[in-house]
Design a protein around this ligand. Structure first.
Ligand SMILES: *Cc1c(COP(=O)(O)O)cnc(C)c1O
Length: 223
């Protein structure tokens, strides 16, 4: 078995104060998650609704679950009762559905808006202009059961550190723009979620507040 506790500590040692770790446990068994939990980790991220459901039922109740993957609107209802944060909101339609389903459970679900900055065509997310449009439209202000807490992005999957740095800095600068224009008086709008196993050390230099690290803690995923 992978030494989860040791790997976890190594990652945490690399995080400056103010940066939180989301341990990405998708495709990993409960015993790995429990090992990280026993070592003190409480925030975990998953990207498949059914897998998450099973884990929620069997693992400790004080785990804070983040949904990190692409979420179809018809799946929102399954995770609405318990999800703590939905990180990858990439459309107004999805935002609206989260608000509707969260209201049924009398909850406020935290969300991040996912930006598409990377070069890859396949990546989901809002372009900066689409994100500006969503916010300037203002309908989100009426949604009492979602709270927009920041931005999320995935940098291009490349070796070129400069490119990764450039993309993350673009996201960080855009965060400042959005914060100034729409969330100046909302202290909860504070999250910049970028950085994965291969680039989280760059991410923390580019003002990340949440890093989403899986492989470096749990080892390679077996699909
Ligand atoms: C799987 C995943 C991660 C974690 O990736 P690792 O390379 O295993 O650290 C982070 N963010 C998202 C959106 C993911 O889907």
């Amino acid at each position: 078995m992978v030494d989860v506790a040791k790997n976890l500590k190594q990652v945490l040692d690399n995080l400056p104060e103010g940066v939180r770790l989301v341990a990405i446990s998708k495709f990993h068994p409960n015993e790995y998650i429990q090992a990280a939990y026993d070592a003190g980790q409480r925030v975990f991220g998953e990207s498949h609704e059914q897998e998450l459901q099973k884990k929620v039922e069997t693992l400790p109740k004080d785990i804070e679950w983040h949904f990190i993957g692409h979420l179809q609107t018809n799946k929102v209802k399954y995770i609405a009762p318990y999800i703590s944060m939905i990180e990858a909101v990439d459309s107004f339609k999805l935002l609206k559905e989260i608000n509707k389903q969260a209201a049924k459970h009398d909850r406020v679900v935290k969300v991040l808006l996912e930006l598409h900055i990377a070069e890859e065509e396949t990546k989901y997310g809002l372009t900066l202009d689409a994100c500006r449009e969503l916010l300037s439209d203002g309908a989100w202000r009426e949604m009492k059961n979602v709270h927009i807490c920041g931005l999320m992005m995935m940098a291009s999957n490349v070796d070129d550190e400069n490119q990764i740095r450039h993309e993350m800095t673009t996201a960080a600068d855009f965060f400042d723009e959005v914060k100034a224009n729409y969330f100046k008086n909302d202290p909860e709008f504070k999250e910049r979620s970028w950085g994965m196993s291969h680039d989280y050390k760059i991410a923390v230099q580019c003002r990340s507040t949440l890093v989403r690290v899986g492989t470096a803690i749990f080892g390679p995923r077996v699909y």
